[in-house]
Each structure stands twice: as structure tokens, then as C-alpha cells.
Design a protein around this ligand. Sequence first.
Ligand code: ZN
Length: 284
Amino acid sequence: MITHSFLKELGIEVTKFSNDNFMCHCPFHSDIHPSFSISYDGLWICFSCGRKGNLQGLLNLLGRPFLEPKISASDIVCRLESKHQDKKPKGKYYYDYLFYKNNYDHSYMESRGITQETANFFELGYDKIRNGIIFPIYNYMKEFIGYSIRHIYKEPKYQHFSKKILYNENNVNFEEPIYVVEGLIDVLKAYQLGIKNVVGAMGAFINEHQESLLLRFPEIILGFDNDRVGRNSNLEYGKQLTQKFAKVKIVKYPYNIKDFGELTNLDISILPFSKYYMEAHNVY
Ligand SMILES: [Zn+2]
């Protein structure tokens, strides 16, 4: 996504913003009347000298082929507000516009066992510039509040723009037991296995904000990863939530399974849980 500050970094001065385009002085010739137009997704044209192209083409011509736009959630919200000054942000609309949904590259997610149908449900996108899968994030009011990226070639693999929610909280029923898993892909896999009331903590930790949401469910089933950190989290948060009067169970994984995302249909059908935490914590 193109922003004012990104253009500034390229030495291009924005003179006007209209119809989804920035109007600027063309960087390729002496341009007294701004005739260079660039859209939010980086398509540009100069009506004076006739040069045009996509974002990568522009970066190449300016000798900065590897510059990456830095986008914050506030850029996205600004973008939305400029588009719908009279309305509240509507995430899906915004998302469709921003994240090249139609060019979503499914090969990586397929290699992780995620179907196209699941990818569509979670509105996954693909960011060509940063080479990553985009997971739009909504709060339980169904407002778009940011997104996470799963980089395909780069470490750290995940970049979360907001951890103030539980991933998928916009789709869950607060009156049913809730599964809590660690990663975004664990949520997608659970969904595919028929477990729809599931949220992702986006890591092995539950922050205060996430905890207050979890306490609204009648029962919490913790399924952090089956490794040392995850097992500790199951125990620690099991205790913490129980002390706040939640009813908590813990997923007991088959020994060779490393996270929720690795479970199969068969595993799910026979998956054992601990008893409620208070009765069960000493078995660990
Ligand atoms: Zn020009």
C-alpha cells in the first residue's frame, strides 16, 4: 500500500489526493504542474512524459529496487476513513481493495494443508511486495483492526500488527465453549476439522486484553502447542483463568503431535481432555 510517508521517502512530493490517487510532481522530469499519478496499490502514470508502470518498476527506475513500504494499522484506518468519511470502517471492503485478494497465491497454504475454501473464509490475501500471506484481523464487533503477515521466506515468520484481540474472535459464539490455540494456522486447521469455536492467541502467551475476552466464555479449552513452552502456557494460564472462576480444560495431545494444526479428523474424534483444571492440574 502506498502512503504519503512512503512517497516522501522516495523523494516524491504529494500535492493532492483524489479519486484514490496521489497526484505528485513527476520524479523523472521537471514537472511544474503535478502530472504524476500513483494509486494506493502502486500503479502509476505520468500524464506529461508518458512513463508508467507498477510499484516495482518505479522503485527500479528510482534506483531503490528493495525499498518496502512500511504500513501501519493507522495507515489502513486513515485510508478507510478517507474512503468512507460518513461510515464506520468496513473491514471486508477495505481488505478486498488492499490486499490483492484476487491474486492470492495459494501454493504455500496448500502445502500447509489449508483448502481454498478455508482461505476464502478467513479472507487470506497475499502481499506481493513483502512476499507473505495476509491474515486480516477483526475484533468481535467485526471491525477490521489490522492484519498479520506470515512471511514465506523471511524470519521472523510472523509479524502481528495487533495482539489486542484473539484471532477469529469475530466468528465465534460467546455462549459456547471456546478452544484456544497458539497460531493462526492452528485456527484454520481447527476450522477445517469442524471446530468453529476457536481462537488464536497469536503466540504462547495470553495478554490481559485477551484474558478478559476469554473470561466471557462458559468454558475454555486450552490447546497451546505440545512443546515445552506450550505445555507451560497450558498450565500457567489454566491456573490463572481458573483462579478467576473460569472452567478450564486442557487438550491432551497424542504424543507425536506437535500442535493443534497437526491433528487429523481421527485425532479430533478421540481427542482426550483433562478434567477441569482444578481437578486435573496435578497430572502434568
Ligand atoms: Zn513525467
